[in-house]
Design a protein around this ligand. Structure first.
Ligand code: HEC
Ligand code: HEC
Length: 348
C-alpha cells in the first residue's frame, strides 16, 4: 500500500470501501510492526490512544536533583518563582490561570500546559519551539516575564553558594552547575511525571467495569467525531500541529485582537500554512487543568468540547453528547506517586 493512499483518507478524498479497508489494514500492520502497543488489552491494541506507562527508564540520581531544581526559586531573578509556581504538581501540572504570572507579577500571553506526561510530546510548547524537555527547561529561567534571570551564570552562582547542594550535584555531574546539566536533571525529573492508572487506562487494559455507560458513550463519541485523530497516543495529543479553526474562523468569533501567540507554529516557521496551528494539547488530567486553549479563553470543559466540535469538526453537539464527552474526559485523571491526582485549587 503506497503511503499516499493512506494519507488521502485523512484529507477526506474519496476512496472505494475496498481501498479504504486496504489502507486501514496497512496502517494497522505498520503500527503493529513499528509501534507495538503492549500495555493495552488485545481488544484495544489498535486504538489510537494508548495507556500511560507506569514508568520509563530514568537515572534516579538525576531525578532527585531535577526534582529539587524544579522546585527551586533560585532559578528566578528575585528568588520568588520556581517551575512549580506555574506547574504545581498538586494542581494538575498547571497554574489554572488564563496566563501565567512570573517574577514581579508580570503576565505572559499564553496558557500554561501541564508538565504531567509532557515526556510524550513530540516537541514542547504550543508552537513546538523546543525539541526536547531539556531545551524547554532552558527557556523559563531566562524568560523576562517568567523567571527573569539574566543568564545561567547568574543562576549557577547562586546555586554554587549552596555548598551541600553543590556537592550533591557534583557527585552526579562532575562539572557542576551549568545550563546543560541543570536542564538535563530537570528533563530526567520530568520523565517521572507520568500519570498512569486513570479509569480510562484501566478500561483499555481490560477492566470492563472501570467506566460507566455514559463515560463509554463519551469515548464512542470521541472516536465517532474524530477527536481521537488529533488527540492520540499516550498523552492524547502532543503528536502533531493542527489548525485551530478548520471549520469556522475561531479568531473572528473570539472577537478580540489577535496576539503574537495566536500565530502558533507560524511564529517559528514564518510559513503561512502554519498560522494558527498549535501543537495539539494532551488531554490527560484535563479535568484539573482549566482554563483551556492556548489563549485560556475556555473556562469549562463543556464550553471547550462544544468549541472543538464547532471549530475542528464542524458539528453542533447536543447537550447529551456534551455531557457524555465531558464525562469521558473526567476518566482521564491518572495517578501520580500511586495517588489519584486532585487539584488543590479545587477546579472542576
Ligand atoms: C511564569 C510561569 C512559568 C514558569 C515559572 C515555568 N513555566 Fe513552563 N510553561 C509556562 C507557559 C505559559 C508555557 C507555555 C509557553 C508556550 O507554549 O509558549 C509553559 C510550557 C512548559 C512546557 C511545555 C509543555 C507542552 O505541552 O508543550 C514544559 C515541559 C514546561 N513549561 C516546564 C517548565 C519547567 C521545567 C520550568 C522551570 C525551569 C517552567 N516550565 C517554568 C509557564 C511557566
Ligand atoms: C484537527 C485536530 C483536532 C480535533 C479533530 C480535535 N481537537 Fe481538540 N484540540 C486541538 C487543538 C489544536 C487544540 C488547542 C487549541 C488552542 O489551544 O487554541 C485542542 C484543544 C482541546 C482541548 C483543550 C485542552 C487544553 O488543555 O487546553 C480539549 C478538551 C479538546 N481539544 C477536546 C477535543 C474533543 C472533545 C474533540 C472532538 C469533539 C476534539 N478535541 C477534536 C486539535 C483537535
Amino acid at each position: 500500500m503506497p503511503m499516499v493512499k493512506y494519507y488521502l483518507i485523512h484529507w477526506g478524498a474519496s476512496l472505494s470501501d475496498t481501498e479504504k479497508q486496504m489502507a486501514l489494514n496497512w496502517a494497522k500492520e505498520q503500527r503493529a510492526a513499528f509501534y507495538p502497543n503492549l500495555l493495552a488489552d488485545a481488544k484495544w491494541n489498535n486504538e489510537t490512544i494508548r495507556p500511560i506507562q507506569n514508568s520509563v527508564a530514568v537515572d534516579v540520581r538525576k531525578v532527585i536533583l531535577g526534582n529539587l531544581l524544579f522546585h527551586d526559586v533560585r532559578l528566578s531573578s528575585d528568588n520568588t518563582v520556581s517551575c512549580s509556581s506555574c506547574h504545581g504538581l498538586n494542581t494538575g501540572g498547571v497554574d489554572n490561570k488564563q496566563y501565567s504570572e512570573g517574577v514581579g507579577g508580570q503576565f505572559g500571553g499564553v496558557n500554561a500546559p501541564s508538565v504531567y506526561n509532557a515526556h510524550y510530546n513530540f516537541v514542547q510548547f504550543w508552537d513546538g519551539r523546543a525539541a526536547t524537555l531539556a531545551d524547554q527547561a532552558a527557556g523559563p529561567p531566562l524568560n523576562p516575564v517568567e523567571m527573569a534571570s539574566t543568564s545561567f551564570d547568574e543562576i549557577c552562582e547562586k546555586l554554587n553558594a549552596d555548598a551541600d547542594f553543590s556537592k550533591a550535584f557534583k557527585e552526579v555531574y562532575p562539572d557542576g552547575f551549568n545550563q546543560a546539566n541543570i536542564t538535563d536533571a530537570i528533563q530526567e525529573f520530568e520523565r517521572t511525571l507520568l500519570t498512569p492508572n486513570s479509569r480510562f487506562d484501566k478500561y483499555l487494559k481490560g477492566d470492563e467495569t472501570a467506566m460507566t455507560a455514559d463515560e463509554l458513550a463519551g469515548y464512542d463519541l470521541f472516536k465517532k467525531y474524530n477527536c481521537a485523530t488529533c488527540h492520540v497516543g499516550e498523552n492524547m495529543g502532543g503528536q502533531s500541529y493542527e489548525l485551530l479553526g478548520i471549520k469556522h474562523d475561531y479568531f473572528a468569533d473570539r472577537g478580540t485582537e489577535l496576539t503574537i501567540e495566536d500565530n502558533g507554529r507560524f511564529k517559528e516557521t514564518k510559513n503561512e500554512r502554519d498560522r494558527h496551528r498549535f501543537k495539539v494539547p494532551g488531554l490527560r488530567n484535563v479535568a484539573l487543568t482549566a482554563p483551556y486553549f492556548h489563549d485560556g479563553t475556555q473556562a469549562t470543559l463543556d464550553e471547550t468540547v462544544k468549541a472543538m466540535a464547532k471549530y475542528e469538526i464542524g458539528v453542533d453537539l447536543n447537550d447529551q453528547e456534551v455531557k457524555q464527552l465531558v464525562a469521558f474526559l473526567h476518566t482521564l485523571t491518572g495517578e501520580y506517586q500511586g495517588k489519584l491526582l486532585v487539584n488543590d485549587n479545587d477546579v472542576h
